[in-house]
Ligand binder design. Structure first.
Ligand code: ADP
Ligand code: MG
Length: 399
């Protein structure tokens, strides 16, 4: 995949209607935005377009309305927040491609900004319906994709619309693709990848691709237990993807063949059950990785593993990290995740963190400012690391 895409700076936007797909899928509680990080991340692109005299038509999804008009998933709160940040009114459309949106888009003056309603109110969006793509495109002259979080989806507003308009990226997508593309194409070595988290099956597939690129692959979190089981260890009640045991054995063999160091936990914190609520007090003990008692659940890496992983991360020049090392939401089970975050924060390597929970962990634990790049895309950053082509990026014009 060619990562060298044209950006908003490579196309004349003055006086043009620019349809700008952003990721405004922000968390809300009782109708209020609880984190505006995604909106703030989109501001440089919006400001550039406004300052260069474009007529800006913003577009995003929020949640999963599945083609239904769910008022609680309206983007009105987002329009208000952008207005505050921009110091300028953002015109809210009451529909996506309906009369109101079209009339408001047609009436825009240079430098005006409007926001379409939640694009997933339209059934065609997630099906990449060409009819919807064409309708969206009909309101604009240029398409800008700045929604990295949905770039791995081929939807009408993320990729389909580029069939009908000249398409370039915004600053956020440019930054994501720039940092991660470089890390993968031409990494400074040693290159270390750290995988963890709970989405075991999804992430197991990334490993095959990463083994082609990295010098060391570290596996912790929930996915480690499938590897331990593949080595013949009992894993008690820990997370296990029983269908991937052969795959894990293949990956261990591949690592050996390629001379890639594959690090698995040597010890693990276990408990009798998953904490409920997640931050409940919990009694844990640390056992060797090959001595997890029957019925017990591995919920974090142990102390020896923390040292092993931190040591490997410290010697790296490039580190990508996706997935917490344990159930970090519980302070007793956060030690592994803290140790890895600390190691990344202390190193002068290029450090890249992807994945919603991993990013949240870095922020909650206070390490975010010491990480080179925290990706705004969970699934998208994973697919990027897997070497898959992201439709929302592939559809943009090459430089
Ligand atoms: P990300 O969002 O960073 O991609 P995931 O969504 O895959 O990460 O996984 C994050 C979740 O994994 C966290 O909520 C954490 O509690 C959980 N987790 C980590 N280790 C374990 C484990 N050993 N057993 C069960 N859940 C785990
Ligand atoms: Mg997650």
């Amino acid at each position: 995949m060619n990562y060298n895409k044209k950006s908003i700076e490579d196309i004349e936007v003055a006086g043009k209607r620019v349809l700008c797909r952003c990721d405004f899928n922000v968390p809300t509680k009782e109708g209020k935005i609880t984190s505006d990080k995604r909106i703030v991340s989109a501001m440089p692109t919006i400001e550039y377009l406004v300052n260069h005299g474009a007529k800006v038509i913003l577009c995003s999804h929020m949640g999963k309305p599945k083609g239904e008009w769910k008022p609680e998933l309206s983007l009105k709160v987002v329009a208000e927040r952008i207005s505050q940040l921009l110091g300028k009114e953002v015109i809210m459309a009451s529909d996506v491609i309906g009369e109101d949106a079209k009339a408001k888009a047609a009436a825009l003056q240079d430098g005006d900004v409007m926001l379409l309603e939640n694009v997933r109110y339209m059934k065609g969006e997630t099906k990449n319906d060409p009819e919807l793509s064409r309708e969206l495109a009909s309101m604009a002259d240029i398409f800008v994709n700045d929604a990295f979080g949905t770039a791995h989806r081929a939807h009408s507003s993320t990729a389909g619309v580029a069939d009908y308009l000249p398409a370039v990226c915004g600053y956020l997508v440019q930054k994501e693709v720039g940092v991660m593309g470089k890390a993968l194409a031409d990494p400074e070595r040693p290159f270390v990848a750290i995988l963890g988290g709970a989405k075991v099956s999804d992430k197991l597939n990334v490993i095959n691709n990463l083994l082609e690129k990295v010098d060391t692959l570290i596996i912790g979190g929930g996915m480690a237990y499938t590897f331990l089981a593949a080595k013949g260890y009992g894993v008690g009640a820990s997370l296990l993807d029983a269908e991937k045991l052969d795959y894990c054995r293949d990956m261990m063999a591949k690592a050996e063949e390629k001379g890639v160091k594959l690090l698995l936990p040597v010890d693990t914190a276990v408990a009798a059950s998953f904490p409920s609520p997640i931050d409940a007090e919990i009694e844990v003990q640390t056992v060797a990785a090959d001595a997890i008692p029957d019925g017990m659940m591995g919920l974090d890496i142990g102390e020896k593993t923390r040292e092993l992983f931190a040591e490997a991360a410290k010697s790296a020049k490039t580190v990508v990290w996706n997935g917490p090392m344990g159930v970090f939401e519980n302070p007793v089970l956060a030690k592994g995740t803290i140790a890895v975050a600390q190691a990344l924060a202390d190193s002068d390597a290029v450090t890249i963190v992807g994945g919603g929970d991993s990013a949240a962990a870095c922020e909650q634990l206070g390490f975010a400012s010491k990480i080179t790049h925290i990706s705004t895309g969970g699934g998208a950053s994973l697919e990027f690391l897997e070497g898959l082509e992201l439709p929302g990026i592939a559809c943009l014009q090459d430089k």
